[in-house]
Design a protein around this ligand. Sequence first.
Ligand SMILES: [Zn+2]
Length: 517
Amino acid sequence: MRTGLRISSLVPSGLVVESVSDSPDSIILAVRSAASAVKCPSCGSVSRRIHSRYTRQVADLPSAGRKVRLRVITRRFVCGVRHCRRKIFAERFGGSLPVRARRTARLECIIHHLGLALGGRPAASFAKRLMLPVSNDTLLRVVRRRTCPPTEPLIVAGIDDWAFRKNHRYGTIVCDLERRRIVALLPDRETATVRAWLSEHPEIRVVSRDRGGGYGEAAAKALPDALQVADRWHLMENASAAFLGAVRRSMRLIRAAIGTTTINPALLTCAERLQYQGYLRRQDANTAIMALVKDGVPIKEIVRRTGHSRQVVRQVSRGQSTDIFRTRQSTLDAHLPFLDAQWALGCRNGTELWRRLQVQGFQGSLRVVSEWRTRRQRAEKATDQQLQKVPSARTIARLMTTARDYLSKADTVTIAAIEAHVPTLVDARTLIERFQVMVRQKVVAELEPWTATAGASLIASFASGILKDKAAVCAAITEPWSNGQTEGQITRLKLVKRQMYGRAKIDLLQARLIGTA
Ligand SMILES: [Zn+2]
């Protein structure tokens, strides 16, 4: 039976198979070029004079579960041109078998993609199964070597930071928001580094960045003509945080409004009692500091006498002493709106809430959620007597921004009392709501009157921050660009980073992330 398959069609084009020798796990093909005359690489003239021959060993794609090696019979030619620098040259085999390569181009392409998808070690063990002769070091080397930086001009850039190791080392990520791809990873988040990088890319017209000062400053210096866009999500987040700050600063008034200025330790839970004792200690310290402030002792001297930090002394002297029950930053903070919604839908089971949160990306433990559930349930059952206990600033901020219809009876009474006695806080809430509506509905004309009013309220520092960053905030309201996409790319970056057990250097991360696009 005749088949149409010739053995020469299995090797890269331009090569002819001379002989085949095979063993149970490999096939060795001796191949040579089909051309009889070749061009000199220096002068380009054609030569037919063969000087000598040698063989090159080159790996190729496996065939039928066996490794394939090519023994390439390479001819050396004599260049007959008189003034040519080369007297003798070896023949070239084109793109399918690059000069000095140990692998055919088609094998290298597969190795490159394997390395991009899986990283060094996992890709190496997978390659072994595929009968591809390659080590993990080679895989990574190929990934690094074959990365080509993007060639399209970058017009709309999104910048954010990402963690090499959380709380230890951070880098900067730059994305092309138009083409939805990562453009560069920078080794830190210093203003100078980002500025230097941006200066090399004068074609950028729009820079989308978060609300921290560093990137804005870098962009302003490197690209003074580019439009800066603040991140909308961060704007909303900062607005909520500003309101929480306003509530914290009003706690004294709130406590007076609710009618409990004294605390009965018998009603406290164990953890709260510890906090309360700490509060009494802090109160003593505060009175001592305030007495010194009244006597006109300079801050430096107070620090020396009392042993408290400069920051604490300054806070106390400004009347910003902390509240009794401090709320700590918790892993739950970002998920509180979702939890509230689930609670409102009737879910009362801690484990179930935790499971639903996990689907949302929550990584904390069940215990955190169960504790939240218990606290929440107690709050629902609040009786008049328990009402004597003042809720935390965070709870008050949440209750004040929740629609009346959704509050329990006890909560409604509390909030009504606060609203009646602390009008400045009600003003602050109205301002925050106005700000959020403005961002959501893209009404940029509102910004000017808003900052004017907010400047004289409890959220003045938030307003002055907005005023300092006014152009970028305006752009955030009007422009379609935002950093949400950059956050998504950071998730991808984290995945690749963890896949390499967190040991990849930045160039390798960059090669794997940019190489796939
Ligand atoms: Zn020549």
